[in-house]
Design a protein around this ligand. Sequence first.
Ligand code: A3P
Length: 288
Amino acid sequence: MSFDHFDYKGVRFAKELHTEESVSCAENEFEVFDDDIYNVTYPKSGTNWMIEILNLIKHKGDVTKSDVLSIQRRSPWYEEATFHEYIDKMDPPRIITSHLPHHIFAKSFFKSKAKIIYTIRNPRDVIVSLFHFTKILNLFTPTENFQNFIEDFIQGKAMFGSWFDHIKGWMQMKDDKRFFFITYEELLQDLRGGVVRICKFGGQELDDAQIDLVVKHSTFKSMKENPMSNWSEMPSEIMDLSKGAFMRKGISGDWKNHFTVAQSEYFDKIYQEKMKDLNMSFFWEQSS
Ligand code: A3P
């Protein structure tokens, strides 16, 4: 997985998106407000989906209020310095996105009452989604060597470092009242149920019709057709959508179309080793 990068506290960042100063500022200087909601993920785990859901909930399902801005303006990634101008203009409660691992997250968060929603996805599907994403996001040098790609992912050479460390870091907060986690696969299986749980966590009271609207506008099909959500407004020199869609497949288990049996067994062995001290079991562990 090749991209121009630097390392910060053991984590890999893309130079085209971040600088050491922007990451250090995100960690040490960013001011968290008590009513903020943070949408935190490892990349390709359903970040944009959660942005859509949270903004629709904020506007009680009214897509004409929720989707006036493109996704990156609606809920910017606060570790990217260029997005701060959007954050400064946000109405409360701010819905802010981040891929930062737990040990680099804004220090002021840990002294606040702000909340985090953390979405996790089967890492094999994350690898596949990322593999395709490297073909459209121009900061990457695309590769056809899937074996090397898996190896780089395992070794934490992807943007935002090791998936395993990201999950284990954030799961330290799993019993904290300010922290809610959900899997991509749960959302796929029961989007409405997920939305109801997210509303409950956020203390937002929506009636049944409003929840139906949130669900309607956050399906894969709705988002794929929505120019405010499908990244079609991005300049092609940054994201070249002629080479593939950002809203690609939106399914669980696409890894089965990419991994050989040997790759799958190899990944499984590494997964068991790296996750054994977590004492949690995820949705995909039964089916993979
Ligand atoms: P695929 O590449 O497997 O299709 P992120 O937002 O973290 O970058 O994750 C992108 C992945 O989430 C892509 O996966 C994308 O298709 C999927 N996704 C985005 N919105 C979705 C939705 N409404 N339903 C299902 N999957 C969605």
